[in-house]
Design a protein. Structure first.
Length: 408
């Protein structure tokens, strides 16, 4: 460090000062204007660090005292310079569509500067998204970064859509398939050539007339990036579902029904019976074992994927069939050893009562179990009367009576 040299430094930095060391020497450093700079470490040694607090000039003095008590002085003049001033501003919108641009302007009196994207002009023409700032340096080597500015460039819109559903009276769906910037805020419009305008990302519309149509899809971002596409399509008529069945009269004794598809220009895609059984056959057959009203749905589709359905009802009549023999032989030969009614679907009865009386009117047997019969135990050969009381599966109350001969 030479006496009275002028050193130029920048505000805010820390700087090291030192002199050649001599073994056994002690060094006393002093700043003659402590409001400008402060010694923050190293005093007493040959190397110190000074914090540069304010712009201005100060004198740094060091006194060296050797081990023999001899001393000497040295000094240097230091000038602290303010950092250069600079900022950048945008000369247009900072968010725009791909293909457009914005100029960023650097404001400074300095002639040494550079933008962080490598540009060395006062005006920086920006075409890509990013964060931009400039670094400015004065003649003393003091530098500063300007404020930064974010630029967002949205990719160009590339709109597309699909159409699904081409059948009269059913929704036709317009499904947005566009490839868009994920940050874009979009507004969508669908212009049908019948004058209808729809608004949404994806939407649908019901056409009540067959014919050829077109739709234009327009997408506009919040910064007015815009693209559009138009497509033509045709709305077709629906098929006419119908079927016949045979036999027309169905009963629990004869439960099988054959169905024949008679739809026009359409094939069955689903038969549904009583909401529980389905079939994909063209002409299925099904047995309805339970009496009552049965619902049959046929859904058909044509080559345009248009759908129609029809519902019909099948009435299944109840067959009441009960047989009671007129004689039996309870001789344990395994043939005709018991007596009782037999019939069709007796397990479906809601109630059942079978009673046997002797010739004096005394009740000698009674059961409510359709599987239990009278074995004639202890009864002599003779004629007995019987009564059968039932409530069938449809709730009808029926009463039968007659005579039976017990033969031993």
């Amino acid at each position: 460090m030479n006496a009275q040299n002028l050193v130029h430094l920048c505000l805010g930095d820390s700087h090291d000062f030192g002199i050649p060391a001599t073994s056994g020497s002690v060094y006393d450093w002093n700043i003659q204007n402590s409001s400008i700079a402060t010694i923050i470490s190293g005093n007493g040694t040959e190397l110190i660090t000074i914090k540069l607090n304010n712009a201005g000039v100060f004198k740094l003095v060091v006194q060296e005292t050797n081990q023999d008590g001899c001393f000497g002085f040295d000094s240097v003049m230091v000038e602290i310079h303010d950092l250069p001033t600079a900022d950048i501003i945008a000369l247009g919108p900072l968010t725009f569509c791909k293909g457009n641009n914005v100029d960023l302007q650097l404001n400074t009196v300095e002639s040494i500067f550079a933008w962080n994207n490598g540009v060395n002009n006062i005006l920086n023409n920006i075409t890509e998204s990013g964060n931009y700032f400039a670094t400015v340096m004065d003649n003393y080597g003091c530098s500063v970064n300007t404020n930064s500015i974010d630029v967002l460039v949205e990719e160009n819109l590339n709109v597309d859509f699909t159409i699904d559903g081409f059948c009269i009276g059913n929704p036709t769906s317009f499904v947005n398939k566009s490839v868009l910037d994920t940050l874009a805020v979009m507004n969508y419009s669908w212009y049908l050539d019948n004058g209808v305008i729809l608004y949404d990302d994806s939407t649908s519309y019901i056409f009540n007339d067959m014919g050829d149509y077109s739709v234009s899809f327009v997408a506009i971002s919040d910064i007015s990036c815009k693209d559009s596409i138009a497509k033509d399509f045709t709305i077709f008529g629906n098929p006419e579902a119908n079927f016949t069945y045979n036999p027309f009269t169905v009963s629990t004794l004869y439960p099988q029904v054959s169905f024949t598809n008679t739809s026009l220009n359409a094939t069955p895609i689903l038969w549904t019976f009583n909401d529980t059984t389905t079939s994909l056959d063209e002409n299925p057959a099904l047995s309805f074992y339970d009496p009552g009203i049965h619902e049959v749905w046929l859904t058909v589709a044509d080559d345009n994927r248009c759908i129609d359905s029809i519902q019909k009802y099948i009435k299944v009549y109840y067959d009441y069939v009960v047989h009671v023999p007129t004689a039996f032989t309870p001789n344990d030969d395994g043939n005709n050893d018991s007596f009782g009614p037999s019939g069709w679907r007796m397990e479906k009865y809601q109630s059942y009562q079978f009673i046997i009386y002797n010739q004096w009117g005394d009740k000698i047997f009674e059961t409510t179990d359709v599987l239990e019969q009278w074995g004639g135990k202890g009864a002599p050969t003779g004629v007995y009367s019987w009564v059968l009381l039932i409530t069938d599966e449809l709730g009808a109350v029926r009463k039968e009576n007659g005579l039976v001969t017990l033969i031993r």
